[in-house]
Design a protein around this ligand. Structure first.
Ligand code: FE2
Length: 436
């Protein structure tokens, strides 16, 4: 099963992105160079549509910031663009698509002024979707969907991390030196006011109207919504837990000066996700950078070898998007992830997929005991293809079926007992493994 992670759209800037043409000819050439420049939006839409049509995509996460500045018309157009590109309701059911708000989707000047930490003001965006007859649903607080294939299970929980976006900071009370006392001290050439200390006085200035000094952009995840993730995790213990939000819970890599620009309860989110004691994939946007970070810690049942949180940031949609394949072993055990970074090549106008990045999630200790004997027999071969292993399995005194050999080998590679030396996309028979 696979997931698509779509990063910040930023409509309408997104619509102004075109592929590059290296035009050195300043003369008139019949408009030919323009013919070679293609809108990025249509290239990406075509690729998303191809991905979803393959039928392998279980769920799609749209990580917020659909608009540049909370412009509601832009929100309509961005959601319509995505809905059409994805084919929501046709190639994938609406409940499998998680649409998250980003801080840029909040229209602070008008209909969405900050009142409190409830999600009520996001009704405006929700009603726009209804008005446009969109089948997409916005995650105003949290939303959970589950996706099963055989005994493999993915639970996706999306969270609104922008509830405190637009919180007003009021003009603070400030205490300053009394200007009259200051003046008297400065005009005392004869030293008459010898005890200058007695002249020091302070005055407190408070804005009479308690006017707003600043609008703050405070990323946070409501602890009540984290409770919901925890509840859904405990009711569906098996499989992969995916958590999606606009903001990352880890600080961004680029130094940033700005009050409250990092998630204020990021540490709490990190601790609570680790405490789920199962592999968690955290997907986010916001930073306009691609990143992949893995955290291990001590959850309630896990030590440093316990299941990790893998946090992946998607770049701006104009750069491309991510496909994440989730690999499962026998009995639906989560083995790991393959991250494909699908990126726009602005020169050729095509999309290029990175080699898959393997992210193991299986703990080494979980290799079934009866199969360890099989692998220890194979150690002497040093390196073998999947095809060789199937033959050896049949000849071995354990007489393993081809399926058993494949399952065991794939699990052992994800668990770090053996190494995969070839392209993970190849068939098992073609794969090359080496034994330590
Ligand atoms: Fe953004």
């Amino acid at each position: 099963m696979s997931l698509l992670q779509i990063g910040d759209v930023h409509y309408p800037t997104f619509m102004g992105q075109w592929t590059s043409v290296d035009n050195k000819d300043k003369g008139t050439t019949g408009g030919i160079p323009g013919h070679f420049s293609k809108p990025i939006a249509s290239i990406i839409a075509r690729e998303i549509s191809k991905e979803v049509s393959s039928g392998a995509i279980a769920a799609i996460v749209i990580c917020g910031d659909l608009t540049d500045r909370g412009d509601l018309g832009g929100f309509d157009q961005a959601t319509e663009y995505l809905e059409t590109a994805i084919g929501v309701g046709e190639t994938i059911p609406p409940e499998s698509v998680h649409l998250l708000p980003g801080n840029h989707d909040v229209d602070l000047a008008d209909e969405m002024a900050f009142t409190d930490l409830t999600s009520k003001r996001f009704d405006v965006l929700e009603s726009r979707l209804l008005l446009e007859k969109s089948v997409l649903s916005l995650t105003k607080d949290f939303r959970i969907s589950t996706h099963a294939s055989g005994n493999a299970l993915i639970t996706v929980g999306s969270l609104n991390s922008t509830k405190a976006n637009g919180a007003p900071r009021l003009f603070p009370s400030i205490t300053v030196d009394d200007p009259v006392a200051e003046l008297l001290r400065s005009v005392d050439p004869h030293g008459i006011l010898t005890d200058s200390k007695s002249l020091v006085a302070k005055v407190t200035v408070t804005s009479p109207s308690m006017s707003i000094q600043e609008i703050l952009d405070i990323p946070m995840i409501d602890p009540n919504d984290l409770d919901e993730i925890e509840d859904s995790s405990s009711s569906n213990q098996s499989g992969l837990m995916v958590v999606a939000a606009h903001h990352g819970f880890l600080p961004q890599a680029t130094p940033r000066f700005g009050p409250y620009t990092e998630m204020i309860n990021g540490g709490q989110v990190r601790r609570r996700l680790l405490a789920l004691s199962r592999p968690v994939l955290y997907l986010h946007g916001h930073i306009h950078e691609e990143s992949l970070e893995t955290i291990r810690g001590s959850g309630s049942n896990a030590g440093v070898d316990g299941p990790p949180i893998v946090a992946i940031a998607a770049p701006l949609l104009s750069e491309g998007f991510n496909r994440i394949v989730v690999e499962f072993g026998a009995h639906g055990r989560v083995l790991g992830l393959l991250l494909y970074r699908i990126r726009v090549d602005r020169g050729t106008g095509g999309l290029v997929s990175s080699v898959p990045i393997r992210i193991p999630l299986a703990a080494r200790k979980t290799i079934p005991v009866h199969l360890r004997a099989f692998f220890s027999t194979l150690m002497e071969y040093r390196a073998s293809s999947g095809g060789d292993l199937i033959r050896l399995g049949a000849e071995a005194r354990f007489s393993l079926s081809a399926d058993e050999v494949e399952t065991a080998t794939v699990e052992a590679a994800w668990s770090g007992l053996i190494e995969l030396d070839s392209d993970p996309a190849d068939s098992f028979v073609e794969q090359e493994y080496s034994f330590r």
